[in-house]
Design a binder for this molecule. Sequence first.
Ligand code: FAD
Length: 362
Amino acid sequence: KPDLYYKVDIVVIGAGQAGLSAAYHLQREGLEPGKGFVVLDDEFGAGGAWQHRWDSLTLSNVNGINDLPGLGFDEVIDKDDKAMQANVALPKYYEQYEKTFKLPVIRPVRVTEVIERNGRFLIKTNAVQFNARGIINATGTWKTPHCPKYPGWDKFKGIQLHTGQYKSAEEFKGKHVIVVGGGISAVQLLGEISKVTSTTWVTRRPPDFRNYEFTQLEGRDAVALVEARVREGLPVESVVSVTGLPYTPAIADLLESGVLDRKEMFQEITETGVKWADGTSMEADVIFWNTGFRHSIDHLAGLNLVNKLGGIEMTGKLTTQVAKDPRIHLTGYGPSASTIGANRAGRAAAKELIDFLHLKQQ
Ligand code: FAD
C-alpha cells in the first residue's frame, strides 16, 4: 500500500524563533511557501515556548529578546512597556511576523517520527504525513523538562513540580519550598517565591556568581565553548552552564537577605521532605525542580543521529548541520539555544540546506 503524503523540498519542524528565522530565509532564498517548504508546529497559536512562560516573566526581567530577521520586535511591541508579560509580547510578535511574511506555518501538527524512505524523509505526524528532501529541526527544549529522579521520589507526599509548570509564587503561600537548581530560572524564581513564603535553595555545585555585566564578548566565548563540544559530537551543554550567573543588583539583594544561602544537594527524598548524606533532614511542602530542559528531538530517534559519546556530531558554518547526514539541520540546538543564536542558526541552516540540495538550480 503506497504511503500517502504531502511532498515538499524542506520541512521545518517547530515555529519558535529558530523555525521562523529558518522559514524567512528559505522564502528569501526563493523556495515557494507551501510547495518548497512548510513549517509544522504542534501549538494552537504562534509564540513557540514563550506562550507557556510564567506571568511574572516580563519585558523587564527577560535576558533580552533578539529581533527576528526583517521585522523588529519594537515595530510590533512597545519595548518600554516593561510590565508586559513575555508570554503575551512574544506570541503577539511571532503572530505578526508569520502574517507579515505569509509564512506557511501549519498547526497544530505534532511530528511524531521522522524516518528515511527511498532517499527522502517521511515525516509522520498526528495529522497528514509529509515527504521531504531535507529537514530543519527547530523544536526547542520546553517540551522535555529534565528532572533527576532522586531516591525516594515516589514517596514524597507534597508537591513536586518543574520550572515548566510554574505559574506564580502565590500558589506556594504558607508552604515551605525547596528550590533545586543553580541556573538563572532557579535564582529568579527563588527571588519571587521567597517574598511570599519560606524557601531553601539546593544545588549540586556551588553557584558560580561572576562579578561582571554579561558582555557580548563573554557571551561569545561561552557560545564558542558549547559549539566546540557539539563539533566533537559531545552531549550538549546549555550556554548558561558555561557563563555562570551574572552578579546583578537583584542577585546582590538576594545574597544580602540570605535567600541565596545555598545548601548542597540532598541525597534522598522522604515522605515529608529531604535528607542529606550526613543524616540531617528537612521538612518541605514543595520540591521545585529548576533542573533544566533537554532538546526535544525524540522524533528523530529513528534516524540514529546520536553517537557513542551520547551526542550528535555537528558541522556547518554555525554548527547547525548534522555531520552524519547533511540533509538535516538542528537549529536552536546547543550553541544556538537563545533568541540571537536561533536567529543566526535559521539563516545558516536555510542557506546551507538549499545549497546542499541544489534547490536554487531547479
Ligand atoms: P521554541 O520557542 O521552544 O519553539 C519550538 C517550537 O517547536 C514550539 O512551538 C514547540 O511547541 C514546537 N515543537 C516541539 N516539538 C515539536 C514536534 N515534535 N512537532 C511539532 N512542533 C514541535 N533566550 C533569550 O535570548 N533571551 C531570554 O531572555 C530568554 N529567556 C528564557 C527564559 C526561559 C525561562 C527559558 C526556558 C528560555 C529562555 N531563553 C531566552 C531561551 C530562548 O527562549 C530559546 O532559546 C529561543 O526562544 C529559541 O527558541 P526555539 O525556536 O529553539 O524553541
